[in-house]
Structure formats: C-alpha cells, structure tokens
Design a protein around this ligand. Structure first.
Ligand code: ADP
Ligand code: ASP
Ligand code: MG
Length: 424
C-alpha cells in the first residue's frame, strides 16, 4: 500500500465527463489499497476566462491591491474542480473530501500571482486518509500569513501537487496531462518528437526553465529538493487500464543518471517565446555599467535572463539582455527615463519578437563541439543568432521569433532526436 498523489491538468478536468473519468481512475487506485491525494487544476480555459474578466474591468491596472483581487478571482477555478471531483467520487461510492488551499493550509509568501509555498500542514489530510477518504486539494493556490488567498503562477498546480507529495512523504507524484510523457521537444511543434521513458532530474529542470511547459519549473525544483519521485503520464488512457501498466507508463523523472543517458548528447530541445530583448546602445565602456543598468532593472523586480555586452568601439558599447514579455514595457520605460540620462547612453531599443531555443543534455558535459554543431545547423538554415548563453548541460540561442519552428525542427533532426535510440 502506497501513498500516491495524482495531479490532473486543465484538459484532463475539461468537462463533467472527463471529471467522471478522473474519479473512476482515482477510485481504481484507492480500491487497489493506495492512500490517494488528488490535486486538480481548473477546468481548461477557466483561468484564462477569469483573468480576462478582470482585464475587461480594469485594463492595465498594476497596484498590489489589484493583484490581491486577481488571486481571489483566479483561485476560484480550482475550487470548482475540487468540489466537482469530490462529488464525482462520492457518486461512485468512494468517500472523498475536498479542501481549498487555505483550509489545509498551504502557506505561501504574499507575492500575489507568483507566490512561493513556505509550508504545508499535513494533519488534516492525514486524518482523512486514515479515515479511508480520498483527499482532494486545490492546485495553484495557497494562503499568506495574513489570510489572503494567493496563487502560484501559471501552471502552478504542478507545484502544488509536488509540494503536497513532499509534505506527505508520498511514494510517488503522478502528473496526469494531455500528452503521455515528456518528449524530446514539444510534440505540438515537432510531430516526430519521441517520448522519453526516463529523464534525469537535472535535464528536466533545464527543460522546464528553458520553456517546456509540460511541468512548471518550481515543481521540478521541489521534486529535486525533497527527492519526490515524479512521473508525467496521460489522463487519456482508458481509466480501467491495468494499474501496474499505468504505474510504469509515461516518463519518470529520475535522480539516477545512467550511461545510456549520457550517450544521448542532446536529450531535448526547449523553446521560449515569452521573452523580449532590450538593448541599451552607446553605453560608455567603463567599470560599473552592467551594475547601473541591471541594478536598476532588479530594483524594479524584473528578472533578467540572457545578457550580452559587445566589445567597445571608440569607448562606447552596446548592452543587451532579455526579460519576460510582461516586464518589457515597464523595463524600456525605466531605462529611458532614468538609466539612459544618468549613463549618457545613446538610446534604448527593444525587440519583443524574439525567441530562445535551447538544446539540453547531460551528455554535453563529456562531449565537445555540441554548441558549434548547433550554430552550424542554424547557419545552414540561414538563421541569424542574436545572443548565446551556455551552461554545463545546455546551450541557448536567441533568434528571430519567426524562425522558431524551423530552428527547433532542424535541431531535432540534426541531433537524431527523431531516431528510436534517442528515447532512453
Ligand atoms: P496541463 O493542463 O495538464 O497542466 P500543460 O498544457 O500545462 O498541461 O502541459 C502539457 C503540454 O506541454 C503538452 O500538451 C505539450 O504541448 C507541452 N509540452 C511542451 N514541451 C513538451 C515536452 N518536451 N514534452 C511533452 N509536452 C510538452
Ligand atoms: N489553472 C492554473 C493555470 O491555468 C494552474 C494550472 O493549470 O496549473 O495556470
Ligand atoms: Mg500545466
């Protein structure tokens, strides 16, 4: 008998019919003797719908008070889901109880719309499990120290599920979604992408942080910190599929790296269209410049990703970096108003139509020439590289957004990811 956490994403909870199916699947696991905790997302499209309503009433509002209400609003999608799922389980004769984040409680920071989980009280959940109930907990939401409802950022139900699994010391956290595992790249962009039976935790962390939205990055961080066994699998298999077969399906995120994994030099390709590039032109090339630019950006709570500073010509240089789309306008304004006059720089130019494409693989540690092969493949396709960033197990390039699919497909082919051997 194991303690298992199931997480179901929006599409998996998309209609009453699908919720009834989720209930049958969960009941099957519970009847097999497992202690079950379920963390569902809002029904598909619901979070977008709710945020859209807020935008209609207050376009462009940016006050902390507004974000508090936004979380109050957005969190309701998950409350609907837990209620419906509990009703569906009870209708099938399976005792179940649902909780909102604040009832558990799942305690978070007070950073509305991007709160971090601080702690989870497991008492109430354990008591219900001991009483033989399936416990259903809202994804995506928590409560801060003053009792305000918070949310964890888009895709945050993954993080709720893994954090609940960590708090309960669950045997496994199973992330049910609309694909049957983690692929070499997004199968919606490259139909030849292959499912990996296993992926190392480090690679999954890079894939998620570089834009693969199959798992929210914080959920992978949690899994790493608390060593939670994590699996991504499909909710679209028949609910009565053999339990052992189901338990071994999908992709396991593993903490053990084996030789076969290192042989695959590149394991996956991630891409991210959510960033924009900003360049400060004609900056005097002297000590302290990076700090003056990026310090001001950091003070405005904007996260910076890829950074590049060109060599100076006539004592002047250009300084470029990328930020999230949502922070683009704010950052350009800040630089124009404060930093450019202070520095005596020439001007600020921005390009929101870029994308970052990354190759990821633990095999890159022990192989040379991987990055140069990437650059060759892109040059053969006539794609200009605007920025480059590397780490031990990844190389990222920033390119024009319109070449994204072309770049991802060409790299996927060049690194043999469409070949059967690529999937471990
Ligand atoms: P859920 O609603 O279940 O949380 P998401 O839409 O958040 O589902 O995540 C699943 C989606 O992630 C898939 O439909 C797929 O398009 C996308 N995706 C991106 N990269 C990958 C990848 N490497 N492997 C599998 N899916 C990926
Ligand atoms: N419902 C939230 C969202 O759409 C959280 C999630 O689905 O993980 O972002
Ligand atoms: Mg998701």
């Amino acid at each position: 008998m194991a303690l298992i956490v199931h997480k179901y994403g929006g599409t998996s909870m998309g209609s009453t019919e699908r919720i009834a199916n989720v209930a049958k699947r969960v009941a099957k696991w519970a009847r097999a003797g497992h202690r079950m905790v379920v963390v569902p997302s809002a029904m598909s499209g619901e979070t977008n719908r709710l945020l859209g309503l807020a935008k209609e009433l207050a376009p462009g509002k940016l006050t902390p008070d507004y974000y508090r209400e936004l979380d109050m609003l957005a969190s309701t999608g998950e409350q609907v889901s837990v209620g419906l799922l509990s009703i569906a389980l009870q209708a099938q004769g399976m005792p179940a109880v649902s909780y909102a984040g604040w009832q558990v409680p799942i305690r978070t920071s007070n950073a509305y719309t991007k709160a971090r989980i601080d702690s989870i009280d497991d008492q109430r959940v354990r008591a219900d499990l001991d009483a033989g109930k399936v416990v259903i907990i809202t994804g995506f939401q928590g409560v801060d120290d003053e009792g305000h409802i918070t949310t964890l950022g888009r895709g945050g139900s993954d993080t709720s599920a893994v954090a609940v699994a960590a708090a309960l010391g669950a045997d496994e956290c199973m992330i049910y979604t609309d694909v049957d595992g983690v692929y070499t790249t997004d199968p919606r962009v490259v139909p030849e992408a292959r499912r990996m039976a296993r992926i190392s935790f480090e690679e999954m962390l890079e894939m998620a942080s570089l834009g693969s939205k199959v798992l929210q990055i914080r959920s992978v961080e949690f899994a790493g910190k608390y060593k939670v066994p994590l699996r991504v699998l499909s909710s679209f298999t028949p609910w009565d599929i053999d339990l052992i077969e189901e338990a071994q399906s999908g992709t396991l995120i593993t903490f053990e790296e084996n030789e076969q994994m290192e042989q695959a030099i590149v394991s996956g390709i991630a891409f991210n269209r959510d960033e924009a590039k900003i360049s400060v032109l004609g900056v005097p090339d002297k000590p302290g410049i990076a700090y003056q630019i990026l310090g001001a950006v950091a003070d405005a709570n904007v996260e910076v990703d890829v950074i590049i500073q060109n060599v100076s010509k006539d004592g002047k240089t250009d300084f470029s970096f990328t930020v999230h789309h949502n922070d683009y306008a704010k950052t350009v304004d800040l630089l124009k108003d404060k930093v450019v006059p202070q520095l005596g720089a020439a001007e600020v130019v921005g390009d929101p139509r870029i994308c970052k494409v990354s190759i990821v693989g633990i095999g890159m540690r022990s192989h040379v020439g991987v990055a140069s092969k990437m650059f060759r493949v892109l040059s053969e396709e006539g794609i200009n590289i605007q920025m480059i960033s590397t780490s031990e197990i990844k190389t990222s390039v920033v390119i024009d957004e319109k070449y994204m699919e072309l770049a991802v497909r060409a790299l996927h082919r060049a690194f043999d990811l469409d070949q059967p051997a690529a999937a471990a």
